[in-house]
Ligand binder design. Structure first.
Ligand SMILES: Cc1cc2nc3c(=O)[nH]c(=O)nc-3n(C[C@H](O)[C@H](O)[C@H](O)COP(=O)(O)OP(=O)(O)OC[C@H]3O[C@@H](n4cnc5c(N)ncnc54)[C@H](O)[C@@H]3O)c2cc1C
Length: 250
C-alpha cells in the first residue's frame, strides 16, 4: 500500500513512527474487529496497559496530509502487547459510519503493511481501594488490558454499553462489569449509560473511576460521580475517544 511507504521526511522521527505488518484479523463480535500487528523492529518504548497507538491511514507529512491533517492518524488502544514478539493487537469498533479509521479497520488484511505512531497515553489505572470502569465498545478496548493489569484480587465495578447483547465486547475475567444495551439509540450523550451508573451499587468512599468513549457521555458520567456521589473530580479519569462532528480525537 503506497500510503504506508516510508517517507524520507519522517526518517528523523522514525523513533515514534514504527513500521509493521498485519498478521491476523477477525471479528470478536459482529461490530468489533481484532487486528494483530508485528513491528519490523523491537519497540523501544515503555508501555502501560490502557495506552494507545496512532495508526497512520495517510502520511501527515505528505502533501495530502498537510492539506488534510484531520485525515491522517487514528487512535486505537493496545489490547494486547507482547514486547518479545514485537506483537500487538487492536480491537476496533465497527460503528455505522464512514470514517477513514473505520474503513481501514474493515478492510485491512493479513500481509498489509502498516505504520503506527507510539505516543504516550495517560489512561491507565492508579492505586485505589476499588476501580470503576464506565464506557461503550470503544472504551472496552482500553478496559481489557487495564483489568488484566489489576489482576483478580482487585475490587472492580463498572458498566459497559453496547448496541445489543450480541455486541457485548468480551473482557478478561474474573471481574464482571454490568452490560447495558442501546437497542438502536445513539451512543452520544447516552442517558442509558449514565442511569446505569446511577444504579450501580458502589462503596460509600470514592475509588478510582476510568471513563472513556463519547465525549459528552463521559462528561455526563463524571458530573454524576462528582455531583450525585460526592467524588472529587481527580478521582475520575476521563478520556474522550470520539464525538459527533470531530475527526480523529487523540
Ligand atoms: C486514546 C484513544 C483510544 C482509542 N481507542 C480505541 C479503540 O481501541 N478501539 C476503537 O474502536 N476506538 C478507539 N478510539 C476511538 C477512535 O479513535 C474513534 O472512533 C475515531 O474517531 C475513529 O476514526 P474514524 O476515522 O473512523 O472516524 P472520524 O473521522 O474520527 O469521525 C467521523 C465521524 O464518525 C463519528 N464516530 C467516530 N467514532 C465513532 C463511534 N465509535 N461511534 C459512533 N460514531 C463515531 C465521529 O464522531 C465523526 O462524526 C480511541 C480514541 C482515543 C482518543
Amino acid at each position: 500500500m503506497s500510503r504506508t511507504r516510508r517517507n524520507p521526511l519522517t526518517a528523523g522521527i522514525t523513533k515514534y513512527a514504527l513500521e509493521g505488518t498485519v498478521t491476523e484479523t477477525g471479528l470478536v463480535t459482529p461490530t468489533m474487529r481484532r487486528i494483530r500487528l508485528v513491528a519490523d523492529e523491537p519497540i523501544p518504548f515503555p508501555y502501560r496497559p490502557g495506552q494507545h497507538v496512532r495508526v497512520q491511514i495517510n502520511d501527515p507529512l505528505s502533501v495530502y496530509g498537510i492539506l488534510r491533517p484531520s485525515r491522517t492518524l487514528r487512535t486505537y488502544t493496545i489490547w494486547e502487547y507482547l514486547p518479545e514478539e514485537r506483537e500487538l493487537e487492536l480491537r476496533v469498533h465497527l460503528y455505522g459510519g464512514d470514517g477513514i479509521g473505520l474503513r481501514w479497520a474493515q478492510e485491512v488484511a493479513a500481509g498489509d503493511r502498516v505504520t503506527f505512531w507510539w505516543p504516550r497515553g495517560d489512561f491507565f489505572t492508579r492505586e485505589a481501594p476499588y476501580h470503576v470502569f464506565i464506557g461503550e465498545e470503544t472504551a472496552s478496548a482500553a478496559f481489557g488490558p487495564m483489568l488484566r493489569e489489576l489482576g483478580p484480587s482487585a475490587r472492580v465495578y463498572g458498566v459497559v454499553e453496547s448496541a445489543g447483547p450480541e455486541h457485548d465486547p468480551p473482557l478478561p475475567g474474573p471481574h464482571r462489569l454490568r452490560r447495558v444495551h442501546r437497542n438502536g439509540a445513539s451512543a452520544a450523550s447516552s442517558r442509558l449509560l449514565v442511569s446505569a451508573v446511577a444504579d450501580l451499587p458502589l462503596p460509600d468512599e470514592p475509588g478510582a473511576a476510568y471513563v472513556a468513549g463519547e465525549a459528552r457521555t463521559c462528561q455526563m458520567v463524571r458530573d454524576h460521580l462528582v455531583r450525585e456521589r460526592g467524588w472529587d473530580r481527580r478521582d475520575v479519569k476521563v478520556k474522550p475517544f470520539w464525538t459527533p462532528g470531530k475527526y480523529g480525537l487523540h
